[in-house]
Design a protein around this ligand. Structure first.
Ligand code: ADP
Ligand code: MG
Length: 684
């Protein structure tokens, strides 16, 4: 009968519970043991006493020694948060690093991510203000916090991690922190860096002490190619199989590639070749990691490699210092990196694939020597290493568009841009270009002072250009009433890399039905999102239309946040008035196009005898082509539309030639004069 069965079930249940508790106990113990085995652990006490004595300290250590995961925990353990009254911030140049490390540390501290330990990256805040004591965040997010709290009063300690990366946000943060330190005597500032640049940081902070954490490192054999390789991707794939078939297990491989597309291409080739070879080779686990990889797939790189199996990690330079993957014995390095590059003279900003610095390729090689002696295969020549590579990477502040940072500094009351403390000063032309751009957008008046619109643009969690687009869409006489559409497009533009299903064939396939019918990538994005929304945000709709569900969920979240921000600024109310007046009988498309013109006047190309060329430069500009993934390219190729005289693009990418990505044809020239008169009158 039932009564006989029940007690037995119950005891089985108890046993399960006990097993679970045992497992949990064992897990916590392993975590403690792992923490204590990290090189930084031996220096815990001396680090803490040095921190007590110095307001600013530079901490230098081998990657993987435990700086990012352990230091903040030591500070918590040492009582710096005063029982939760203050917070500790640790900045990261990369979003993926911030989320991944926060997840790890929450685990180590045995707390739920988002409570005591959290992260804050753009459009994704996983913290609880009353509860969070340790916050990993991107450097850009901490920069924004200066607007609400110019002395960062809620923080007891700030760790600027990976400072050697020298991102624009990190450099500006260091300048702002230098200014507030005298007023915040109780604030501790730790700057953690790989060996390069350490002395420069110390110097910048009036000879702050440098604390060295010696790491363990095994020798790494370096191999070069004898001749330059024309196709480094193929060479890398060949090398992977050579290692896999000739070198004993265990021993995982880390390959440095430049971006998502390259990583996807490599993954596909690897899978195809492995499929053909079948059981002739040992199984291979391919784990990609890049900035836009959905979070739930990121943890795969940390999963323990099963026995008799080899893990091949395909990474961007995020794996150079930000993330440490255990078990790597072989590094394959083509020696390239994708970098933002801005030429002030032409006003052109683009992503370029450029050779790494010597310091970077040395860092990369070092990743092979963490568990034991390793090997690094460089897909370039020894001659090139010694003669062609720059010694150090170029800091972002010297090669990027400064508009956003200049606007932020002006809004913080920094008016003397020339004397603002910076490790490297941007060039005067770069500063002037930023000021000019902000003036064209209406963020500054003719005297160079920030306007009301400029202040509003600072409030948006995105580039000022997008802020201007939203402002126009809600308020401008001949455009207003399209705020919702424009916000959807902007949210989609933030995730374009991963909206459509992976694989080239799919990416093109899913657009074929609308070629010739949809005028621009912008409208395609809008219609894609709206169709999904009309289907009640359904997962199966995404599957049927080869659209990434998780990406759209992120887009929806970005959209909600932009909407909230516009609401706070009063733009939503203005937009709603406009919508009411229009009564729904006006075509939205021209108003959308005009709104984008107002925000991106310098991203417009003009059709000439030899195709499109950019208009910013005095010498007639640079030739640019519509990117093959653009809906505009496909419509033009099939002769379904005529090219417009002007076209707006969101980004330029240089591969085989200069390509415009995310294109918005401008059907009427007079819109340029109408939307940005002081910019276009003189030129055309
Ligand atoms: P550092 O900042 O000095 O380069 P970290 O603190 O990032 O070092 O890493 C210390 C150790 O923690 C490394 O062995 C690394 O593999 C491990 N670790 C870091 N993040 C994770 C994670 N998300 N999952 C598993 N292990 C991790
Ligand atoms: Mg680190």
């Amino acid at each position: 009968s039932n009564e006989d069965v029940l007690p037995e079930l119950e005891s089985e249940y108890d046993q399960k519970l006990i097993n679970e508790l045992d497992r949990e106990q064992a897990r916590l113990q392993t975590i403690q043991e792992t923490r204590q085995s990290l090189p930084v652990y031996r220096f815990r006490d001396s680090l803490l006493s040095a921190i007590k004595e110095n307001q600013v300290m530079i901490i230098v250590g081998e990657t993987g020694s435990g700086k990012t995961t352990q230091l903040p925990q030591y500070l918590v353990e040492d009582g710096y948060t005063k029982n939760g009254k203050f917070q500790i911030a640790c900045t990261q140049p990369r979003r993926v690093a911030a989320t991944s490390v926060a997840t790890r540390v929450a685990d180590e501290m045995n707390v739920v991510l988002g409570k005591e330990v959290g992260y804050s990256i753009r459009f994704d805040d996983k913290t609880t203000p009353e509860k969070t004591i340790l916050k990993y965040m991107t450097d850009g997010m901490l920069l924004r916090e200066f607007m609400a709290d110019p002395e960062l009063k809620k923080y007891a300690c700030i760790i600027i991690d990976e400072a050697h990366e020298r991102t624009l946000a990190t450099d500006v943060l260091l300048g702002l922190l230098k200014d507030i330190l005298p007023h915040r005597k109780d604030l501790k500032l730790l700057i953690s860096s790989a060996t390069m640049n350490a002395a420069k940081f110390a110097d910048f902070f009036y000879d702050a002490p440098i604390f060295n954490v010696p790491g363990r490192r095994f020798p790494v054999d370096i191999h070069y190619t004898l001749q330059p390789e024309a196709n480094y991707l193929n060479a890398a794939i060949t090398t992977i199989f050579q290692i896999h078939t000739t070198q004993a297990l265990p021993g995982d491989i880390l390959v440095f590639l430049t971006g998502q597309e390259e990583i996807e291409a490599a993954q596909q080739s690897l899978e195809e070749i492995a499929h053909v070879l079948g059981s002739k080779i040992k199984p291979m686990i391919i784990a990609p990691i890049y900035a836009n990889l959905p979070q739930e797939q990121q943890s795969k790189i940390f999963d323990k490699t099963p026995k008799d199996c080899r893990k091949v990690v395909l990474a961007t330079n995020i794996a150079e210092t930000s993330l440490t993957i255990d078990g790597i014995k072989y590094v394959i390095d083509p020696g390239f990196v994708k970098e933002n590059s801005f030429v002030a003279a032409t006003g052109m900003s683009q992503l370029l694939t450029v050779p790494c610095s010597r310091a970077s390729v040395d860092q990369r090689a070092g990743r092979a020597g963490r568990v034991g002696p390793g090997k690094c295969f460089r897909i370039f020549t020894k001659w090139s290493y010694f003669n062609e590579l720059d010694p150090l990477p170029k800091p972002e502040i010297l090669r990027t568009n400064l508009s956003q940072v200049v606007l932020l500094l002006l809004s913080l009351g920094v008016t003397d841009l020339i004397d603002f403390p910076l490790l490297d000063k941007p060039s005067i032309p770069a500063l002037s270009k930023a000021l000019e751009n902000l003036y064209v957008l209406g963020a500054l008046n003719s005297k160079g002072a920030i306007t009301r619109l400029g202040r509003m643009m600072c409030e948006f969690p995105c580039e000022p250009d997008f802020g201007k687009v939203m402002h126009t869409a809600a308020t401008h006489g001949s455009c207003k009433g399209v705020l919702e559409e424009v916000i959807t497009i902007i949210a989609m533009l933030h995730e374009t890399a991963s909206i459509f299903a992976q694989g080239k064939a799919d990416r093109e396939g899913n657009k074929s039905s609308v070629v010739g019918k949809v005028s621009s990538d912008h409208i395609l994005y809008l219609e894609t999102f709206n169709s999904w929304k009309d289907m009640n945000y359904s997962r199966s709709w995404c599957f049927d239309h080869k659209v990434q569900y998780k990406t759209l969920v992120r887009v929806r979240n970005i959209r909600d946040q932009l909407w909230k921000c516009c609401d706070k600024l009063g733009l939503v109310a203005l937009n709603e008035q406009a919508v009411e007046q229009l009564n729904g009988d006006d075509n939205a498309e021209p108003r959308i196009v005009k709104s984008f013109i107002s925000g991106f006047p310098s991203n417009i190309a003009k059709l000439g005898a030899s195709g499109y060329h950019t208009m910013g430069a005095q010498q007639g500009g640079v030739n640019v082509s519509v990117h093959p993934t653009s809906i505009v390219f496909q419509s033009l190729r099939k002769d379904m539309v005529k090219p417009t005289r002007f076209i707006l693009y969101q980004r330029l990418v240089l591969t085989s030639k200069e390509f415009m990505r995310d294109c918005l044809p401008i059907p009427r020239e007079e819109w340029l004069h109408e939307m940005v008169p002081h910019y276009f009158k003189a030129k055309s």
